[in-house]
Design a protein around this ligand. Structure first.
Ligand code: ATP
Ligand code: MG
Ligand code: MG
Length: 414
């Protein structure tokens, strides 16, 4: 991928935007870009520098992402909406072509890393609630105020707010005295840039040997206020001009997307529910696989119906793709036998939730997993749900009654 049209190779210490940003270490990468921790010499802060591949289709995608990010950032001057902020953007020429670069606020680990770090055991329910609140604030903002559908919500695209304090960080102390010198300045008779590079390499090496500078997930779990932000707006679209038929990462894909019956904001709410389940249990809610005589899509629909009950016939046969999966009675053509396992039972039997924890959580989740997208609660409505403000460890004593039905346990498959 490091060839013409592809990624831009970065070395620690490389300057960007006429020296304003200095690359420090790689934070991550995706299909479109590599993302680097960089030091912003103008503000003395860390930033995340997203360097897009250079080929035309990637440049176009970056322009779209910048447009979305600009509207997100501009409409939230107080920075209270739990979405990543765009600080700057520019072009950078390298041997592989011209790369669009986005300067984003620097955030911490993704929730996926947090789940892995917890060895797929799931987070404590009170932490799950804190995260859910942040994500719902972000979704409410995107949906109601901006008319934007994220279309790729999942743990990987939710990042914790970094707890690194730059003032206490060795990288800054290595950089500051050198960078204050004029461009091309020398330090002890050697070019300053070389020395910066050496020091940064040493810091990066220490970090890779586990002597930190990196955020430790466990540390940020100690705080009571666990906060995070939604990132990766490369696939986001305005609800009135959706551009892709197939959206979302497989496991978080809503039924209306699989059936091609039209999607809007509720598709994000489905992904949100899948994400909340995964945070609480450590396992994906749906992990479909193709098999002998059936496709991944069909397995996915079967898994949904096993967990949530049978899909109403009208919905099952109502999509442009319905005929590929369902017969005219609304039964799956190629997967005839479904093993019903209501969410409540799964939480209690497999994940050892207490009956009350499971009941409360299902009360929150199940309306979001309605097969009818228009019946799913909005992010704004979800924010009002009592589950979010219920302290799980005290809930037996508190005996709080959820006012939303536990419907899943009652569903039957004909
Ligand atoms: P995708 O294929 O997922 O669309 P992409 O090329 O659009 O990938 P992103 O998902 O935006 O790239 O970023 C890639 C990775 O870089 C993320 O998974 C995350 O680990 C890291 N990252 C992105 N933005 C930030 C940020 N603001 N702060 C810290 N790390 C970040
Ligand atoms: Mg991503
Ligand atoms: Mg992306």
């Amino acid at each position: 991928s490091y060839r013409k049209g592809g990624y831009h190779a970065v070395r620690v210490g490389d300057p960007f935007a006429a020296g304003r940003y200095i690359a420090q270490r790689k934070l991550g990468w995706g299909h479109f870009s590599t993302v680097w921790l960089a030091y912003d010499t103008q503000t003395s802060k860390y930033v995340a520098l997203k360097i897009q591949k250079s080929a035309e289709q990637f440049a176009e995608a970056a322009l779209h992402e910048i447009e979305v990010l600009l509207s997100i950032t501009n409409a939230d001057p107080s920075n209270s909406k739990c979405v990543v902020r765009l600080i700057d953007h520019f072009k950078h020429s390298g041997p592989n072509g011209q790369h669009l670069c986005m300067v984003l606020e620097f955030l911490g680990d993704s929730l996926l890393r947090l789940i892995r770090y917890r060895r797929y055991k799931g987070l404590e329910l009170n932490k799950v609630k804190e995260i859910c609140k942040c994500v719902l604030i972000a979704l409410d903002y995107l949906h109601r105020e901006l008319g934007i559908i994220h279309t790729d919500l999942k743990p990987e695209n939710i990042l914790l707010i970094s707890t690194i304090n730059p003032a206490k960080d060795p990288i800054k102390s290595a950089l500051t005295p050198i960078l204050k010198r004029p461009e091309g300045g020398t330090l002890n008779g050697k070019p300053a840039m070389n020395i910066v590079e050496k020091r940064l390499k040493r810091t990066a090496r220490r970090a890779s040997m586990g002597r930190e500078t990196d955020l430790e997930p466990e540390k940020c779990m100690d705080g009571i206020d666990l906060r995070c932000k939604v990132v990766d707006f490369g696939n986001a679209c305005w609800a009135d001009k959706p551009f892709a038929e197939e959206i979302q990462t497989r496991q978080y894909r809503a039924p209306e997307v699989i059936l091609v019956s039209g999607y809007s904001f509720p598709a994000d709410m489905w992904s949100f529910a899948c994400t909340a389940f995964e945070l609480a249990t450590g396992d994906m809610m749906f992990a479909p696989k193709g098999g002998k005589g059936f496709s991944e899509d069909e397995d996915h629909l079967a898994l949904m119906m096993e967990l949530l009950g049978k899909m109403p016939k009208k919905i099952a046969i109502g999509g442009a793709r319905s005929k590929d999966y369902f017969d005219r009675h609304g039964d799956l053509k190629r997967i005839r036998r479904l093993k019903l396992r209501p969410v409540h039972r799964v939480l209690v039997d497999k994940y050892k939730f207490s009956e009350s924890d499971a009941r409360e959580f299902v009360g929150f989740l199940s309306p979001l997993l309605d097969f009818a997208p228009e019946k799913r609660p909005t992010a704004q409505q979800c924010l009002q749900h009592p589950w979010l403000n219920l302290n799980s460890s005290h809930q037996k004593e508190m005996n709080v009654q959820s006012n939303i039905d536990v419907r899943m346990g009652n569903l039957k498959i004909n």
